[in-house]
Ligand binder design. Structure first.
Ligand code: NAD
Ligand code: ZN
Length: 357
C-alpha cells in the first residue's frame, strides 16, 4: 500500500506563549525517510479540543510548552508511515489509531515499569513538548498510539483519548464502590460530561456541579442523579449534605479549570472520602483545612491522564457505546473561536475539529 505524503500541510500554530493562533498552509510534513525508529506519521481525520490546549497556548502553567507550538492531543487518524528500523511495532501502516497527551515514554524506568508511564521523566507530551494534533499530519510513536476498534466512529473516539482516559483513570483510583456518591465539579465540560458516564458505568451515584441551563440539561440527560448550579447555590456544602443523607459524598473529582471548583471539597466529603484533583489551574494552591483532612481521614490525590492500559480500557468502554462523547463538529480553522467559547464557559461537552481534506 503506498500513500502519497505531501511535503506541506495545514496546521494551527501558536508562535509564542499567549500569541494568536495562525492557520498556516505551508507547514512541513516529515517524509517517511525522515522518521526516526519508533516514530510513525499519522494522517489525522479529526481532533478534540481540550482545555489543556488553551492552558498551553496561553502559557498558564508553571511548565512551558515548546514554541512555536502546534497544540492538540485528542487526534484520530491513519498511520501512513513508520520509521525505518522500528522493531516490535504493535501497530502497522493502515491502522486507525489515536494520539493522546502522553505521546511516548521510555517504557523502561521505574515509573513506566510500575504503569505510571505519564510520570516517566522521558515522557513526550503531544501538543506540549512535541507538536500535536492541530495539523493534518502528526508524528507520533508506535508504542503509545491507541488502536481504535473497527466500527467506532473517529469523531466520537477523539475526545476519549484525553478527556475520557483522564476521568476513567481518576474514577478507577477514587477509592469508591458501587452505590457511593461522587461529586463532579466541572460536570458540564469536556472531561466532566464523560466523568458522569464513566461514574455510572462504575455504579456510582453522581452529583453534577456546573452552571447554566445547557449544561444542566446535558448532565441530567447523561445520567447525573442530582444537579447543583454553582452560581445559583447559596451553600454547596449544605446542598451536597442534604442529597447524601447528611453524611457528605464519598468522593469529589474536580475537573473545573479554575481553583473555585476545588473550594469546599474537603467540607462536603464524608469521613474517609477522596478528593481527586484533575482540573489544572496553573497558579492556584489547594486550600484544605489540615485539621479536617486529618480528622476526617481524607485522601487528596492528583490524577494525571492515563497509561496505555487506561487508554485501551477507556476506549473499549466507549466503543461498546456505554459512554458517548457529546460533541459539536467544527473545522480546524475554527480553533480560535472554540478557545473563546471555552474561556467564556460556553462549551457544553466537547468540540471536535475536522481536518481539511
Ligand atoms: P472545560 O472548559 O470543557 O470544562 C470545565 C468546566 O468547569 C466548565 O463546564 C465550567 O463551567 C466548569 N466550572 C468552572 N468553575 C466551576 C466551579 N467553581 N464549579 C463547578 N464547575 C466549574 O475543560 P476540560 O477540557 O474539561 O478540562 C478541565 C480541566 O482539566 C482543565 O484545567 C484541563 O487542563 C484539565 N485536564 C487535566 C487532565 C489531567 O490529566 N489531570 C487531563 C485533561 C485536562
Ligand atoms: Zn486534554
Amino acid at each position: 500500500m503506498s500513500h502519497s505524503i505531501p511535503k506541506t500541510q495545514t496546521a494551527a500554530v501558536v508562535a509564542s506563549s499567549g500569541a494568536a493562533i495562525e492557520i498556516k498552509h505551508d507547514q512541513p510534513v516529515k517524509s517517511a525517510e525522515e522518521l526516526a525508529p519508533g516514530e510513525c506519521l499519522i494522517k489525522l481525520a479529526c481532533t478534540g479540543v481540550c482545555h489543556t490546549d488553551l492552558h498551553a497556548a496561553l502559557g498558564d502553567w508553571p511548565l512551558a510548552a515548546k514554541t512555536p507550538l502546534v497544540g492538540g492531543h485528542e487526534g484520530v487518524g491513519e498511520i501512513v508511515a513508520i520509521g525505518n528500523n522500528t522493531s516490535h511495532s504493535p501497530v502497522k501502516v493502515g491502522d486507525r489509531v489515536g494520539i493522546k497527551w502522553l505521546a511516548d515514554s521510555c517504557l523502561n524506568c521505574e515509573q513506566c515499569r510500575k504503569g505510571r508511564e505519564q510520570n516517566c521523566l522521558e515522557a513526550k507530551l503531544s501538543g506540549f513538548t512535541v507538536d500535536g494534533t492541530f495539523q493534518q499530519y502528526a508524528v507520533s510513536y508506535v508504542n503509545h498510539v491507541t488502536p481504535i476498534p473497527e466500527g467506532f466512529d473517529s469523531n466520537a473516539a477523539a475526545s476519549i483519548l484525553c478527556a475520557g482516559v483522564t476521568v476513567y483513570r481518576a474514577i478507577k483510583y477514587s477509592q469508591t464502590s458501587p452505590g457511593d456518591w461522587i461529586v463532579l465539579p466541572g460536570a458540564g465540560g469536556g472531561l466532566g460530561h464523560l466523568a458522569i458516564q464513566y461514574a455510572k458505568v462504575a455504579g456510582l451515584q453522581v452529583i453534577a456541579v456546573d452552571t447554566g441551563a445547557d449544561k444542566k440539561k446535558l448532565c441530567l440527560e447523561l445520567g447525573a442523579d442530582k444537579w447543583i448550579d454553582f452560581q445559583e447555590s447559596k451553600d454547596i456544602v449544605a446542598d451536597i449534605k442534604a442529597i447524601t443523607g447528611g453524611l457528605g459524598a464519598h468522593s469529589a473529582l474536580v475537573t473545573a479549570a479554575s481553583s473555585s471548583g476545588y473550594k469546599q471539597a474537603i467540607e462536603y466529603l464524608r469521613g474517609g472520602g477522596t478528593l481527586m484533583a484533575v482540573g489544572l489551574p496553573g497558579k492556584a494552591s489547594l486550600e484544605a483545612s489540615i485539621f479536617f483532612t486529618v480528622f476526617k481521614s481524607i485522601s487528596i490525590l492528583g490524577s494525571y491522564v492515563g497509561n496505555r492500559q487506561d487508554a485501551a480500557e477507556a476506549i473499549a468502554i466507549a466503543a461498546r457505546g456505554e459512554v458517548k462523547c457529546n460533541f459539536a463538529l467544527k473545522q480546524l480553522s475554527d480553533l480560535s473561536s472554540v478557545y473563546e467559547g471555552m474561556t467564556e464557559g460556553k462549551v457544553a461537552g466537547r468540540i471536535v475539529l475536522e481536518m481539511p481534506k
